[in-house]
Design a protein around this ligand. Structure first.
Ligand code: ATP
Length: 360
């Protein structure tokens, strides 16, 4: 069932377009991450969903009902920001009870709901503690609990982990996943952090300069990005890009990158006929194998080997292109050596050389 439907949403400030023709459907119980660099329009989109910013055009529907003109408090949306909006002069219990008191719920029901939420959030033992002096992740639990207790139709999380230290961020990320699973809550998660988006969301909406560039499940967005921007924004190291041209023959379809020919599959008949068409080949660092010299026709020089715990990142010079490869095996090669490469044919993306838009 579609929980939130955004249609052709647009926001302009004078001649400047902050959000351009955004279409997005979010299903009940789904977590969708709104991901993109600073200034791409994430907050503007969020504020229009909440009702804090009026759209210039388009529609926002929750459970099929248009929210245009509906005040923020009447949309059934729970909002949690990065700076934990917790009342410092109240205990955890009072914080959790606050939203229910405002709604004039009966005392006994409030007590019951607060206990349930404290249990869900792992706050039972600290219910009567003051929130002053609490650490960041505990405060974020209280802030989240205070919103969840009101049973929002949609939970909007705006960079909720960005004020936490790295270790706490990892812990809270796992906690958020557990809570989402346990409650079946529909969540919109706004972040510029690709790791959070990839680990928490069912689907990711990648934005750039006010435009929705790619909306798809995490696997698709990561492995088969619709534009070079998405492949370059997601992944660390990001996707490798190699410019070349299509070469089709009876042996198959290849991309000639100057120093080598890389075979690609899944090529549509129309594309394979476009011999000479200029394309950008995209391949993830983990979709390239490092082989002994002479094991393939794709030869590269090793520029750098970085051992990162379980993974090794190898920087290579392939013709005029500097590329990166990720290996989970020990790399026995030396810097300066020539090696051979194998590209995982099924994991290669092709983009139009001019527009950067996916062609397969
Ligand atoms: P960040 O992650 O830095 O918050 P964002 O992706 O949330 O960035 P927005 O805050 O939505 O981006 O801003 C999108 C664009 O709209 C930016 O260029 C911003 O300067 C512009 N913008 C936002 N609000 C206004 C406003 N009230 N008046 C004019 N321009 C605005």
């Amino acid at each position: 069932m579609t929980k939130l439907q955004i249609k052709n949403l647009r926001k302009t400030y004078g001649a400047f377009t902050a959000v351009e023709g955004l279409d997005l459907a979010i299903e009940q119980g789904e977590t969708v991450a709104l991901l993109g660099p600073s200034g791409c329009g994430k907050s503007t989109t969020l504020n229009m969903i909440v009702g804090l910013t009026e759209p210039s055009a388009g529609d926002i529907r929750i459970d099929g009902r248009s929210m245009l003109g509906v005040p923020p408090g009447k949309r059934g949306i729970g909002l949690v920001f990065q700076d934990y909006a917790v009342f410092g002069n109240m205990t955890v219990r009072e914080n959790l009870a606050f939203g229910l008191k405002v709604r004039r719920m009966a005392k006994r029901d409030i007590a019951e709901e607060v206990e349930k939420t404290a249990d869900l959030m792992g706050l039972t033992d600290s219910l009567d503690n003051p929130t002053t002096g609490m650490g960041g992740s505990q405060l974020q639990r209280v802030a989240l609990g205070r919103t969840l207790v009101t049973n929002p139709s949609i939970l909007l999380l705006d960079e909720p982990l960005s004020n936490l230290e790295a270790a706490m961020r990892n812990e809270m990320r796992q906690e958020l996943r557990r809570i989402q699973k346990q409650t079946g809550q529909t969540v919109i998660y706004v972040t510029h952090d690709q790791i959070e988006a990839l680990s928490l969301a069912h689907r990711i909406a990648v934005m750039e300069q006010g435009r929705l560039v790619h909306y798809g499940d995490t696997h698709e967005v990561y492995h088969f990005p619709k534009e070079t921007f998405v492949g370059g924004f997601l992944g660390d190291p990001p996707m490798n890009f190699l410019s070349g041209s299509i070469q089709s023959s009876a042996a198959g379809t290849f991309v000639d990158i100057g120093c080598a020919s890389i075979q690609v599959n899944k090529v549509s008949p129309e594309l394979s006929l476009q011999n000479g068409r200029k394309v950008t080949l995209g391949v993830r660092p983990e979709s390239i194998d490092l082989l002994a010299p002479g094991a393939s026709d794709v030869r590269a020089e090793i520029l750098l080997i970085e051992q990162l715990g379980a993974d090794t990142i190898v920087t290579l010079l392939l013709g005029a292109h500097e590329i990166k490869l990720r290996s989970t095996r020990d790399v026995s090669h030396q810097i300066g050596e020539t090696c051979s490469l194998r590209f995982h044919t099924g994991m290669i993306s092709l983009f139009d050389a001019e527009t950067g838009v996916q062609v397969i």
